[in-house]
Write a protein that binds this ligand. Structure first.
Ligand code: HAM
Length: 437
């Protein structure tokens, strides 16, 4: 009897080679921009102690209360698949003593896990590329991170489809004071609150500002914005940031209702959003978290960061920048006619790899008509096919077929290295260097 097929877990996608070629192109651009600001990669575990996220993100947040994948390991310890990277990054920084009295500019990339209701742009395993800057308290670094993201959007060709929402949520004290005002307004209007908001009224009332419920939005119109209660230092910081963005020519929209769903933030919070993707329009979000390192047992260290949701970013790029080509899987498809001559193809391809280390070359190892091989090369996205050892060409020659310009010519085998290097813009290793290494 045929067995049942086992399928992937709901909300957890497979990324096939064709998807990866596109993701890698996007990631390459992001990493290049991030590195150009002097940030270095850090790799942190995918699982951490549950208490890390409870303490960092806050135990009364949606992420911790409802969305974490938490298990007991074989020792009976409670561990959690990371729902985000900031907590782990701060934990690692404290553990390795790299935050104390020094600046650190770090980035990471990898899967995050949240038990949310899956839909377009919202998954239970999704990928983030995140950036965290530790040890800098002034608004300059806030501005620089925003400039960095703006540069990423420009490089990806999506700047016109994404906008920056900005706010300051001030200090812990500011928020306590504001909580009181908000709670009293909400209690006086308890009859219009939905269940979600009633649940949050004492635990996390600020999140009610985010509510999409029109009746609640209407009620909140009369509420003075949190910004009016900011302490003077937070206010000064926010004005400093806005000023830097104005000077740099980065447009932003001050969204008084932007509070973010993770508890560790203070002062600056921001989101880059789009209207082009439906409900899941937040592509990138972040903010300042000056108290997190202390909260996790480290020395007081100011910090700010952001994370980009890579699936949402890829959807947006696909939606609005058709020019961005996926990374090519194969540059050259090498066809050797006749099974008894395959060793010649192998020798030539190894020599091509010696002299053009960046070249992506695939050998054909099967017999068949040239037309069939060309069709396969095109399917792989190859720019060129090389054909050796046909009846029509001599041993010292080969055929170079250019799929982009739809041309085909005979060339000498000795010329192929420099021709490919120039047409594909690759570095040609000199044979002497090759011998030395
Ligand atoms: P976050 O807003 O929870 O922040 O997530 C960052 C980004 O991850 C979101 O803007 C969104 O693009 C993406 N994202 C979140 N949940 C999902 C999901 N279920 N499916 C697909 N994409 C998703 C953080 O994670 C903070 N650690 C950001 C940060 C870094 N703040 C300071 N430093």
């Amino acid at each position: 009897m045929k067995k049942n097929k086992i399928q992937a877990i709901r909300g957890m996608k497979d990324y096939l080679p064709i998807d990866i070629a596109f993701y890698q192109r996007i990631e390459q651009i992001l990493k290049q921009v991030i590195s150009s600001y002097g940030f270095s990669e850090i790799r942190i575990p995918v699982v951490e102690k549950t208490s890390l996220f409870e303490r960092a993100i806050g135990s009364i947040t949606d992420v911790v209360e409802k969305e974490m994948y938490t298990f007991q390991d074989r020792n009976g310890d409670s561990i959690t698949l990371r729902p985000e990277g900031t907590a782990g990054c701060a934990r690692a920084g404290i553990e390795h003593g790299i935050l104390y009295h020094q600046e650190q500019r770090l980035w990471y990339m990898g899967p995050m896990f949240r038990y949310e209701r899956p839909q377009k742009g919202r998954y239970r395993q999704f990928y983030q590329i995140g950036v965290e800057a530790f040890g800098l308290s002034g608004p300059e670094i806030d501005a620089e991170l925003i400039l960095m993201t703006a540069r990423c959007w420009k490089a990806l060709g999506i700047s016109n489809h994404i906008r920056l929402e900005l706010n300051s949520i001030g200090s812990l004290e500011t928020r306590k004071q504001y909580h009181k005002i908000l709670v009293s307004l909400l209690k006086n209007n308890i009859h219009i609150l939905d269940k979600d908001c009633k649940d949050r009224i004492y635990s996390n009332p600020l999140r009610i500002l985010d509510s999409k419920n029109p009746a609640i939005q209407e009620l909140l119109i009369n509420l003075p914005p949190l910004r009016e209660y900011l302490d003077s230092e937070s206010n000064h910081h926010f004005l400093g940031l806005c000023n830097q963005l104005d000077i740099a020519g980065i447009p932003y929209h001050i969204n008084q209702r932007l509070v973010r769903g993770l508890d560790y933030y203070n002062r600056t919070v921001f989101e880059w959003t789009t209207n082009s993707l439906g409900a899941q329009g937040t592509i990138c979000s972040g903010g300042r978290y000056d108290n997190l390192v202390t909260e996790l047992g480290g020395h007081s260290t100011p910090a700010i960061g952001f994370a980009i949701g890579l699936e949402r970013l890829a959807l947006l790029v696909q939606h609005c920048n058709l020019k961005l080509q996926p990374n090519r899987i194969v540059d050259v498809y090498l066809i050797t006619k006749g099974p008894e001559k395959q060793h010649l193809g192998m020798l030539l391809s190894e020599q091509l790899r010696n002299l053009l280390p960046e070249l992506k070359l695939m050998n054909n190892f099967c017999v068949g008509k040239l037309k069939k091989h060309f069709a396969r090369a095109i399917k792989l996205g190859a720019r060129f096919a090389i054909v050796i050892n046909t009846d029509e060409i001599g041993d010292e020659e080969l055929i170079l077929k250019d799929f982009l310009h739809q041309t085909q010519k005979k060339i000498l085998k000795t010329e192929v290295y420099s021709i490919l290097a120039s047409l594909l813009d690759l570095k040609l290793q000199s044979p002497i260097e090759d011998q030395l290494h």
